[in-house]
Design a protein around this ligand. Structure first.
Ligand SMILES: CC(C)[C@H](NC(=O)[C@H](C)N)C(=O)O
Length: 720
C-alpha cells in the first residue's frame, strides 16, 4: 500500500472523541448552525421593511426582490456542493464561503447607514444608488455564502459519525433542526426590536445598522466556532470532479443508448447500463442511486410553495386581524415566530413519543410515508387559512370594484345639510357629522347639490377609488379628498384631521401644520391609546383615542375646539378595526409545522442516508433546490395567478398539494431503500477491489507494525 493511500485510509478510520455516544466535534457544528441561522433569519426578518422604508421601494418590488433573494439562497447550494465534493472538501468550503457570507453581512449592514450619504443631514440618504448597489452586493455575497455552506454543514455533521452510530446520526439531524429553529426564533424576535430603536450620527432614524449589524456579528461568531473545532473533525477528502464525472457518465449512457436504438441490440436492465462500455460499474451504480432520489424530488417544490407563504400571504392575512392577547400585543410579522416555537416543542415530542409509539403499534412509518403525510398536513393548513380568510372577509369593508366609486360626505358647516348626489341619493347630514358609511356609485361624473343653499357643483370621481367630500364652513368651496381603499399596512391605523377651527393648527403626529378648512394627509399610528396635542401657538388642548388594529379614522375639529378643551372633536370611523383574532391562525401554524417536521426533518435525513459517500453534499444541494423552485413558484403565482378571492387561492394551493402528494406516494411506493455503503461494498468486491473493512484491518495492522518497529528501535537505542 502506498503512503498516500495509507494516509487516506487512516483518516477514514480515525477514532473521534465521543461524549454520550456522540462525536464531540458535533458540538461545534450545531453551535455553528445556530449562529448562522440566527444571522440568516435575523437579516431576513427586517429585509422587506428595509426595502420598503429605507430604499423606498413599493410593495411589489420589495416582495419580488425578497423572494428572488430567498430563491437564490437555495439555488447556490449546488455551487457549494460542487466545490466541496470535487475540489476543496466540505471543511475548507465551509470556511471559505463563511468568510464570503460574513463579508456580505457586513456590507449589508454598512449599506443601511443613512449617514454615509446624508450630506444635507435631513435624515434621508442623498445617494440611493450607492445604498442599493451596496445592499445588492451584500445580498449576493450572503446568498453565495449561506447557500454554499448549507449542503456542506449538514453533510459534514453526518460525516462525523461512525457506522455503529446510526441511531445517534438520526438524533443529530433532529438536534441540527432544533438549532436552525432556535436561531431563527431568537433572531426573528430580536432584530425587529433592534430595528425599532433610533440611532444615527447626524439625525436619529430607525436603527437598521444595528438590526443588520448583529446578524453580521453572529456570522463571525459562527465562523470562529467552526474553526475552533478544527482539530476534532473527521475530514473526508474530495474525490475529484465527481459532478463532471457523473454528467459525462449520464451523457455517454444517453448517447450510447441512442446509437444502439435498433431492435437488434438487446435491452439493458437500466438505461444507465448503456454507460458500461466506458465507465466503471461503481460509478454507474452511484449515479443510479442519486438519480433515483433526484427523480423522487420532482414533486417536492410544491410543499415549499405553500410553506414559504407563511412569510408573505399569512403575514398579510395577520395584518387584517387583531393581535391583542391581553397580556401582550402581537405584531403581524411576529406571528411567524409561532413556527420555530412549535418546531422546538414538536421535534422532541415526535422523536421521543409519536414515532416510537407508531413503531410499537407495528405500523411502518418509513421516511417517504412521513413526507407524504407531511404534505397532507401542509394542505390542511391551507384549508384552515382559507376558513380563517372567509371569516376575515365577512368583517372587511366592501371596497369598490374597478368600475365603481365610493363617496362619503363630511359636513363641517354650522347646521344640517341635505346633500343630493346626481339628483338621486339624498343624504341628511348633521353639522360636524359624516354620512353613514360610503355611497357606492357605478359612474364617476357626479353633481352635488346642497338643497337649502342652492349650491350645485360637478365632480369627477376616481374609478375604483374611495373619496370624501368635505363641506367646509363656506359650502361653496366644498372639495374632494382621496381616502385609503385598503387596510392600513402592518395592522396600524390611518388617521387624519379636518380643521374646522378658524386658524392654522399644529397637531402632534402630523407632518405639517394644518390650514383652516383643510383635511390632512393620513398618519399611521400603532395600536393602543394615542394622545394628540392640538395647538395654535397661544392655546393648546389634548385628546386621546384608543385604536385597535387596521382601522382608519377622520377626526373632525370644530370651531369650538379650545373652549371645549378638545372634547368636541368628532371621530368618524372610515374603516373599522380588525375584529378576527390572530389566535385563529394558530391551527394553521400548528398544521404546517407538523407538516414541516414530517416532511423537512425527514427529507434532510433521507437525502443524507440515500446518497453514496462521495455525493452526500450533491444530494443535500438537490434537496435544498426543491426549496428554491418552491420559492420561484410563489414568485410566478404572485405575479400571474390573481384569483379574485384570497380564500380561493388558499384552497387552490391546498388542492394542488394534495394532488402532488398522491403522485409522490405512488413514486415512493416504487422506491426501494438502500444502504449506499453496502451497495458500494458489494460492487467493489465484485470488481475485486479491497473491501473497506479489509482496508481498515490492514491500516490497523500497519499502525501496529509501525508501533512495534518504533518500540524495537527505542529498546535498541536504550541498550546502546
Ligand atoms: C428551510 C428549512 C426548512 C429550514 N427552516 C426552518 O426550519 C424553519 C425556520 N422552520 C432552514 O434550514 O432554515
Amino acid at each position: 500500500m502506498t503512503d498516500e493511500k495509507m494516509d487516506e485510509t487512516k483518516k477514514k478510520t480515525k477514532k473521534t472523541a465521543e461524549c454520550c455516544g456522540f462525536p464531540v466535534s458535533i458540538f461545534f457544528i450545531v453551535v455553528n448552525e445556530f449562529c448562522e441561522r440566527f444571522s440568516y433569519y435575523g437579516m431576513r426578518a427586517v429585509l422587506v421593511l428595509y426595502f420598503r422604508y429605507f430604499l423606498l421601494w413599493d410593495d411589489d418590488l420589495a416582495t419580488s426582490i425578497y423572494h428572488a433573494f430567498v430563491a437564490l439562497c437555495y439555488l447556490t447550494p449546488i455551487m457549494g456542493a460542487i466545490i466541496a465534493d470535487s475540489w476543496l472538501g466540505k471543511f475548507k468550503t465551509i470556511i471559505y464561503l463563511s468568510v464570503v457570507y460574513a463579508v456580505g453581512q457586513v456590507v449589508m449592514a454598512v449599506s443601511t447607514i443613512h449617514d454615509i450619504t446624508d450630506t444635507d443631514r435631513d435624515g434621508t440618504p442623498n445617494n440611493f444608488t450607492l445604498h442599493i448597489a451596496l445592499s445588492m452586493l451584500g445580498l449576493i455575497l450572503i446568498a453565495l455564502g449561506t447557500g454554499g455552506i448549507k449542503p456542506c454543514v449538514a453533510a459534514f455533521g453526518g460525516d462525523q459519525f461512525q457506522e455503529h452510530q446510526s441511531r445517534q446520526l438520526n438524533t443529530f439531524f433532529s438536534v441540527f433542526y432544533l438549532c436552525i429553529n432556535g436561531g431563527s426564533l431568537l433572531s426573528t424576535l430580536i432584530t425587529p426590536v433592534l430595528r425599532a430603536q433610533e440611532c444615527g450620527i447626524h439625525t436619529q432614524q430607525q436603527c437598521y445598522p444595528l438590526a443588520f449589524g448583529v446578524p453580521a456579528a453572529l456570522m463571525v461568531v459562527s465562523l470562529v466556532v467552526f474553526i475552533s473545532g478544527s482539530g476534532m473533525y473527521v475530514k473526508t477528502d474530495p474525490e475529484g470532479n465527481i459532478i463532471w464525472a457523473v454528467c459525462k457518465c449520464i451523457g455517454f449512457a444517453i448517447k450510447n443508448r441512442f446509437r444502439h436504438r435498433s431492435s437488434a441490440h438487446p435491452k439493458r436492465e437500466h438505461w444507465m447500463d448503456w454507460a458500461n462500455e466506458k465507465y466503471d460499474k461503481l460509478l454507474i451504480a452511484q449515479v443510479k442511486m442519486v438519480l433515483k432520489v433526484l427523480f423522487l424530488y420532482i414533486p417536492l417544490p410544491m410543499f415549499w410553495t405553500l410553506f414559504d407563504q407563511k412569510g408573505s400571504r399569512w403575514t398579510l392575512q395577520a395584518t387584517t386581524m387583531s393581535g391583542d392577547f391581553r397580556a401582550f400585543i402581537l405584531q403581524p410579522d411576529q406571528m411567524q415566530t409561532v413556527n420555530p416555537i412549535l418546531i422546538l416543542t414538536m421535534v422532541p415530542i415526535m422523536d421521543r413519543i409519536i414515532f416510537p409509539l407508531i413503531k410499537k403499534c407495528g405500523l411502518d412509518f418509513s421516511p417517504l410515508k412521513r413526507m407524504t403525510v407531511g404534505m397532507l398536513f401542509a394542505a390542511m393548513a391551507f384549508v384552515c387559512a382559507a376558513l380563517v380568510q372567509i371569516e376575515i372577509d365577512k368583517t372587511l369593508p366592501d371596497f369598490p370594484s374597478s368600475s365603481e366609486s365610493q363617496l362619503k360626505v363630511v359636513n363641517m358647516f354650522n347646521s344640517s345639510l341635505n346633500v343630493t348626489i346626481s339628483h338621486k341619493d339624498t343624504l341628511l347630514i348633521d353639522s360636524l357629522e359624516s354620512s353613514a358609511g360610503y355611497v357606492t356609485l357605478d359612474h364617476q361624473e357626479i353633481t352635488v347639490s346642497l338643497n337649502s343653499s342652492g349650491i350645485t357643483k360637478n365632480f369627477s370621481l376616481i374609478a375604483g377609488g374611495r373619496q370624501t367630500l368635505i363641506i367646509p364652513s363656506d359650502p361653496s368651496v366644498m372639495y374632494l379628498k382621496e381616502d385609503i381603499k385598503s387596510k392600513p399596512r402592518e395592522g396600524r391605523n390611518a388617521v387624519r384631521f379636518v380643521n374646522g377651527w378658524t386658524a392654522v393648527l399644529n397637531i402632534t403626529n402630523l407632518e405639517s401644520n394644518l390650514e383652516p378648512t383643510v383635511i390632512s394627509n393620513y398618519s399611521l399610528v400603532a395600536q393602543g391609546t394615542r394622545k394628540f396635542v392640538l395647538s395654535n401657538g397661544a392655546q393648546s388642548c389634548e385628546f386621546s383615542q384608543t385604536f385597535g388594529f387596521g382601522s382608519s379614522y377622520t377626526f373632525l375639529i370644530p370651531s369650538t375646539l379650545f373652549s371645549t378643551d378638545c372634547k368636541s372633536i368628532k371621530a368618524v370611523e372610515d374603516i373599522q378595526p380588525n375584529s378576527v383574532h390572530m389566535a385563529l391562525q394558530i391551527p394553521q401554524y400548528f398544521l404546517i409545522t407538523t407538516g414541516e417536521v414530517l416532511f423537512s426533518v425527514t427529507g434532510l435525513q433521507f437525502s443524507y442516508s440515500q446518497a453514496p459517500k462521495n455525493m452526500k453534499s450533491v444530494l443535500q444541494a438537490g434537496w435544498l433546490c426543491t426549496n428554491a423552485v418552491g420559492n420561484i413558484i410563489v414568485l410566478i403565482v404572485a405575479e400571474l395567478g390573481k384569483l379574485p378571492k384570497q380564500w380561493a387561492e388558499y384552497l387552490l394551493f391546498a388542492s394542488l398539494l394534495v394532488a402532488v402528494s398522491v403522485i409522490f406516494s405512488v413514486m415512493a411506493y416504487f422506491y426501494t431503500y438502500i444502504d449506499p455503503a453496502e451497495v458500494e461494498a458489494q460492487i467493489r468486491s465484485e470488481l475485486g477491489f479491497e473491501p473497506e473493512e479489509e482496508k481498515k484491518k490492514e491500516t490497523l495492522e500497519m499502525e501496529d507494525k509501525d508501533k512495534d518497529q518504533q518500540n524495537e528501535q527505542e529498546v535498541k537505542q536504550t541498550k546502546i
